[in-house]
Design a binder for this molecule. Structure first.
Ligand SMILES: Nc1ncnc2c1ncn2[C@@H]1O[C@H](COP(=O)(O)OP(=O)(O)OP(=O)(O)O)[C@@H](O)[C@H]1O
Length: 585
């Protein structure tokens, strides 16, 4: 139960609704317990007529009609309050489910990239949907049935003892057996449903990955193999589901068996006591039979509820496991720290802790506001890592990164991220309209601003060429756009933000050299008062930069301007000559 304590804050938040729910439940149960008493009274009236204690038939009829009307009234009132009971408890459970999902989602968002590398998307999705649903069963049905059972027990057993204590004892004896059996069954159900849950997780992950990577699957023609893998996985999942169904199938027969046993006891013991005169009225036996049936479901729910609580506990443990993860990168500075964009790296090294790869080794350089820096180097040399460190997606392992003279960790993280326009290597577009994808960089941007940014990113003409123009909705990952179009929409998204720092990570790789030239000219105008980083594999992209650094194995091996570097023997000159000859070809 320790993990479930996490939910106490929500119980506190909805305490008034819960208290009202408890009051409603008590009222509903009191009216429900009137029914057996009234049925018993009706039997007594008939018995008295048969025994000739009452001789007037119309008196019997009147008595019965009044009882029937009272029963109808009690049933209606009880039904109405039962409806309100469900409305209260189940509605609260839906509120808590909503709150918890939001809490988990917001926490996911705060967690650093390392967390996403260690945990699979399918697992993240399952904890926020399946696990939260299991927890809802605890905050809703489990609590509702517990309050219901306790109320019914106190009211019904109290009343039964008051009219026939010995018969009560015999009648309720099988009930704990029912409760324990249902509990044992529920534990077995829980064990099997945990396995079912694991397979559901695997199936979700498999499906999600298959359809995210559908292009690769189709391109390699491995649909049959993928389908076979899916079939194998879902076959195992089906077997586990069947195992579960077998145990679940025992639930109701077991209940019916034990109810039947209690009924036989009431009839046998009650009948004997009626014959020896311990029980005066036949109506008592009828009342008891109805009471036993009334108690059976609540007693069964004791076992069922304990299993729900166990499952909720297991799910909450999984949820808490993620909630307790501290974001590695946090905002510790509350005051605003406006950012101009003078950036310096001082002996910065960085090791990816999951792979232990040293991506940067003692890197030092400086860029000032208004300057553009080009970063070149072989693949895996650490170029993207430099950009990631500027956006504080990771913190440097050693050395110091300063922005406007302040160590990056001492800057307000929100201000820092707000002042960065980042275009990643792998442009990610959301399944939304092109316009909204661009406005993602500036939510309140006007249409004119969107057009201006698109024109600067040289993608406007492409967009207006689509039949729905800027309202064209992109598929998942923007698959309706070409690689170069995606990159340019992604550039428009960054520049519409008008940030003080622009980070372009090899984002012109899928664009032809002519368009690249046009974009670079536009960027030149836009970035006059900004600090711009251009990571590239092409000399043509970086040649106009104020400064160029060349990386190899995480170290700066060359730096200078284009003119300086083409006149110096080394990687840059070789690359330049190679790419120049390719262009001539
Ligand atoms: N998220 C990560 N987790 C672990 N290691 C990583 C991660 N990202 C990059 N690396 C490793 O760090 C090194 C530097 O990678 P980085 O992406 O910075 O290189 P790059 O120069 O941008 O390469 P490319 O030109 O191919 O984009 C590489 O050896 C890479 O394998």
């Amino acid at each position: 139960m320790r993990a479930l304590r996490h939910l106490n804050k929500y119980f506190l938040k909805y305490k008034y609704r819960l208290l009202i729910g408890i009051a409603i439940t008590i009222i509903a149960r009191i009216f429900a317990t009137l029914v057996p008493t009234l049925v018993g009274d009706s039997v007594d009236v008939v018995e008295q007529y048969i025994n000739k204690d009452i001789t007037d038939l119309s008196e019997v009829k009147n008595g019965l009609i009044i009882n029937i009307l009272l029963i109808l009234g009690a049933v209606l009132i009880s039904a109405f309050f039962t409806f309100l009971m469900r409305q209260t408890f189940i509605v609260v459970s839906r509120f808590i489910e909503f709150d918890l999902k939001n809490e988990v989602f917001q926490h996911y968002e705060k967690l650093s990239l390392n967390f996403y590398k260690k945990n699979r998307t399918g697992d993240l999705m399952n904890r926020i949907s399946e696990d939260v649903s299991k927890v809802r069963m605890y905050v809703g049905p489990a609590i509702m049935y517990s309050v219901n059972t306790i109320t019914l027990f106190v009211v019904v057993i109290g009343y039964m003892i008051s009219i026939a204590p010995e018969l009560t004892l015999y009648t309720v004896t099988p009930l704990p057996i029912l409760s324990i059996s249902i509990y044992k069954l529920s534990v077995a159900i829980h064990k099997r449903s945990t396995v079912v849950q694991e397979f559901l997780s695997k199936l979700t992950t498999f499906t999600q990955e298959s359809f995210s990577g559908i292009t690769v699957i189709k391109a390699y023609g491995i649909e049959t193999q993928t389908h076979q893998n899916f079939t194998d996985l879902s076959n195992t999942s089906k077997d586990k589901n069947l195992d579960l169904a077998k145990v679940q199938a025992l639930f109701f027969p077991l209940m019916v068996l034990l109810i039947g046993f209690s009924n036989i006891l009431v009839i046998y013991i009650g009948g004997k006591q009626f014959l020896d005169g311990t029980i005066k009225d036949l109506g008592v036996i009828v009342e008891f039979i109805i009471f036993v049936n009334m108690l059976t479901w609540p007693v069964a729910t004791v076992g069922w509820v304990s299993s729900i609580v166990q499952q909720a506990e297991a799910s909450q443990v999984r949820i808490n496991e993620f909630l307790s993860q501290e974001p590695e990168i946090t905002n510790t500075i509350s005051q605003d720290t406006p950012i101009k964009g003078n950036i310096s790296f001082d002996n910065v090294s960085f090791i990816y802790d999951d792979t232990n790869i040293t991506a940067l080794k003692k890197v030092s350089f400086e860029v000032n506001t208004g300057e553009t820096i080009g970063i070149l180097g072989k693949t895996g040399s650490g170029k993207s890592t430099i950009l990631d460190l500027i956006g504080r997606l990771y913190d440097a392992s050693s050395g110091e990164i300063r922005i406007d003279g302040t160590p990056i960790r001492n800057l307000n993280l929100t201000n820092l991220r707000e002042s960065i326009g980042y275009v990643p290597q792998d442009a990610f577009l959301f399944s939304d309209s092109i316009k909204n994808n661009i406005k993602f960089g500036k939510e309140k941007a006007t249409d004119d601003e969107v057009y201006k940014a698109s024109k600067n990113a040289v993608v406007h003409d492409n967009i207006v060429g689509f039949s729905k123009g800027y309202d064209t909705v992109l598929g998942e990952r923007g698959i309706t756009l070409s690689g170069g179009q995606k990159q340019r929409v992604s550039i428009a998204r960054a520049i519409i933000k008008e940030p003080s720092i622009l980070l372009f990570d090899d984002c012109l790789s899928a664009v032809d050299t002519e368009t690249e030239e046009e974009i670079l000219q536009n960027l030149n105008n836009i970035s006059k008062d900004k600090t711009t980083f251009i990571v590239s594999h092409r000399v043509s992209t970086a040649k106009n930069a104020d400064k160029i650094i060349v990386l190899e194995d995480g170290q700066i091996i060359q730096q200078g301007t284009h003119n300086q570097l083409i006149n110096t023997e080394g990687y840059y000159k070789e690359l330049y000559l190679k790419q120049l000859s390719e262009k001539e070809i």
